[in-house]
Design a protein around this ligand. Sequence first.
Ligand code: UTP
Length: 226
Amino acid sequence: MERVVIKIGGSLLSGSQDDVLSYLHGLSSALAGLNNYSLGFVVGGGDTASKYVSLARELGINEYDQDLLGIMATRMNAKLIASFFPDAWPEIITSVDDARTLFEHGKIPVMGGTVPGHTTNTVAALLAEAVGARLVNLTNVDGIYDKDPRENEDAKKFDRIDYDTLISLAAEYDSREARAHFVFDLLASKVVARSGIELHIVDGRDFETVKNAILGKPHNGTVVGE
Ligand code: UTP
């Protein structure tokens, strides 16, 4: 069975309770019936992570402990997904190795973060690398642009880009001040590039596109590949 790792951006699980409830119901309908695919999920921390990380920063707590707080937030979101999706393995998986073992037993692992120093984009890239999967990144923008679409009205969306372009865009944003972050971080970009992982960046709220990306069909997002 073809393997697909799905990264659920934390921003999709942020906002009001009604927003999150309707998002989760929509996503679970979009994922229904994908029985011919072996899936794994990695979930971001969203506004819960931001709240705790910025509180910790204000308190002068060190970066390592800020990351640990961020990881805990990702795991809370992961637990919500693991408990809500009926076919998912109910315990949160905390290492890529354990997630791979579940994949190999035909189960559906759900992870948040793993260790300090990176983000769940990197966790998702490493999991895709370990199990030989395509990676579908569900986020709150509809693809990769040549410049920040929030600041530039004339920004142009790419349908498809190669790894070198992904890395140079991620590097450009990586060197900017905190919080202005690119849709897929630099380390994660380097992992997908080194292993030739096909990466789909899609608007997680566009369920038709989400489904098409998982099925490997044309969609409205951006595909990163050779
Ligand atoms: P996220 O992966 O949610 O960060 O991790 P993000 O970039 O905000 O994610 P998305 O793209 O919106 O989903 C939140 C924080 O948790 C810590 C980092 O501090 C990160 O910024 N973290 C997460 C780790 O230290 N290690 C991990 O493996 C994951």
